[in-house]
Design a protein around this ligand. Structure first.
Ligand code: SAH
Ligand code: SF4
Ligand code: F3S
Length: 441
């Protein structure tokens, strides 16, 4: 019998990418093979994001296109997971009655049973409950796809920032036990993975059960992962400034495999706005954390997230954000105009700044951050960088692509045998979005 085919699309953050990869592993054990062609799929899965209104709307326009496929081939089953599914539940089926299964971030392991139940009853199935982190006990061992991999260390968020849906869609913070995380990392390392990215909404809130049942913090988890043979580089995303502890900063001094790059979302540089966002820190607190980090890693690259145009943000508040950007010298930012999310406290805050003013602020902010990033790229010219070669370059032509410690892509000519290896590359060209280089023996 031919294998059934699954087509999967994922929107949103790396938590969704991780869940998607694990879902493909799981469905593989139920006879499904992945296809990149929706028109030949038996099962179409959409993993959704609701962080901003636009992301949420993408789900429904995507489902509109899937409806056309299902008209042609009625046996196709459609499953919707991720954060829109979690938030909307049965309403997904009301709005798109051709959907067969709705599952949440903590129930994705139940997809095979939900599909079977759909066949048995002829009715759409919805399960968006939050069973205590049972999903990991029901997923098969991970299948590495190349030399880099994600490993989830904690799920959910308990911070309840006033603008954010995540605590509602993903539930409160729960850490995976230390051994579970280490076993998954070791399984990946044995399949040739060299770089692990530890994942969670706030990984530095990690409090997993350790060897003697006592909780282990994130700094100690990093030490354990550092000891796994084969792992050569460790990244993590995302961490919260409030819990960016001295112990985590000390880890940067102790652990050379810890990448020289950190993503530490600040959201705003104005104390007034930070308080209204319920972030739990100030402009100066953030600067002090960065100063301490730079004391142990002077050339660390720092990326962040900004929300521009939060309700009530004045020109003065925005200038405070621009001041912080000057002071820190961010290397990259994911920045968006505030998007009002139903059910969050900030949705009821007075918001009288015109949208075009917000957009102008965003463009200005992005231009300043981009200029700084370009300056940092230029300073890399001629330097030798330790890089992980992750595959053939997009442009082809016998070129390969590698990633630097500070998260830049370098294209360079080399034999395909280098793929999956850590190599030294001299930077010879600086382009707007990539670097060019040559292998150094
Ligand atoms: N847990 C991480 C971020 C997770 S969400 C942290 O707190 O740092 C990813 C990013 O989406 C956030 O950093 C924020 O910049 C953005 N975001 C979240 N809610 C948003 C909203 N309502 N409007 C615009 N951007 C939002
Ligand atoms: Fe959202 Fe705040 Fe949690 Fe980040 S820390 S996921 S912004 S509630
Ligand atoms: Fe989006 Fe959910 Fe991630 S809302 S950003 S997919 S946690």
């Amino acid at each position: 019998m031919n294998a059934k085919k699954i087509y999967l699309r994922s929107f949103g953050c790396q938590m969704n990418d991780y869940d998607s990869a694990r879902l493909i592993d799981l469905m593989g054990t139920h006879g499904y093979e992945r296809t990149n062609e929706p028109n030949e799929a038996d099962l179409i899965v959409v993993i959704t994001c609701s962080i901003r209104e636009k992301a949420q709307e993408k789900t429904f326009s995507d489902l509109g296109r899937i409806r056309e496929i299902k008209k042609e081939r009625p046996h196709v089953r459609v499953a919707v997971g991720g954060c829109v599914a979690s938030q909307e539940g049965r309403r997904v089926v009301s709005r798109a009655p051709w959907v067969d299964v709705v599952f949440g971030p903590q129930t994705l392991h139940r997809l095979p049973q939900l599909l079977a139940e759909r066949e048995r009853t002829g009715r759409a199935q919805v399960d968006i409950s939050f069973p205590e982190i049972e999903k990991f006990d029901h997923l098969p061992a991970p299948c590495a796809q190349g030399p880099t991999a994600f490993v989830s260390v904690m799920e959910g968020c308990s911070k309840y920032c006033s603008y954010c849906v995540v605590p509602y869609t993903r539930g409160t913070e729960i850490s995976r036990p230390l051994m579970d995380v280490l076993v998954e990392c070791a399984q990946l390392a044995s399949q040739g993975v060299k770089e692990i990215t530890l994942l969670g909404q706030n990984v530095n809130a990690y409090q997993g059960k350790g060897p003697d049942a006592k909780p282990v913090d994130f700094a100690l988890l990093l030490e354990y992962v550092h000891d796994i043979p084969g792992i050569e580089r460790i990244r993590y995303t995302t961490s919260h400034p409030k819990e960016f502890s001295d112990r985590l900063i000390e880890a940067y001094a102790k652990l050379p495999k810890l990448a020289n790059h950190v993503h530490l979302p600040v959201q705003s540089g104005s104390d007034r706005v930070l308080a209204a966002m319920k972030r739990g820190y100030t402009h100066d607190w953030y600067l002090e954390r960065i100063a301490k980090l730079r004391a142990v890693r002077p050339d660390i690259s720092i990326a962040t997230d900004f929300i521009v145009g939060f309700p009530g943000e004045t020109e003065e508040d925005f200038n405070e954000t621009m001041r912080l950007i000057e002071e820190v010298g961010f290397d990259a930012s994911f920045s968006f105009v505030y998007s009002k999310r139903p059910g969050t406290p900030a949705a009821s805050y007075a918001d009288d700044t015109p949208q075009d003013v917000k957009l102008a602020r965003l463009q200005h902010l992005q231009a300043v951050v981009d200029a700084k990033a370009a300056e940092i790229s230029k300073s890399m010219l001629g330097r030798i960088e330790r890089c992980l070669v992750f595959g053939p370059a997009r442009k082809g032509g016998g070129m390969l692509s590698a990633r630097t410690d500070n998260n830049r892509v370098v294209n360079f000519p080399a034999d395909a045998a280098c793929i999956g290896q850590m190599v030294n590359i001299r930077i010879t060209d600086v382009f707007p979005h990539t670097l060019g280089g040559e292998l150094v023996a």
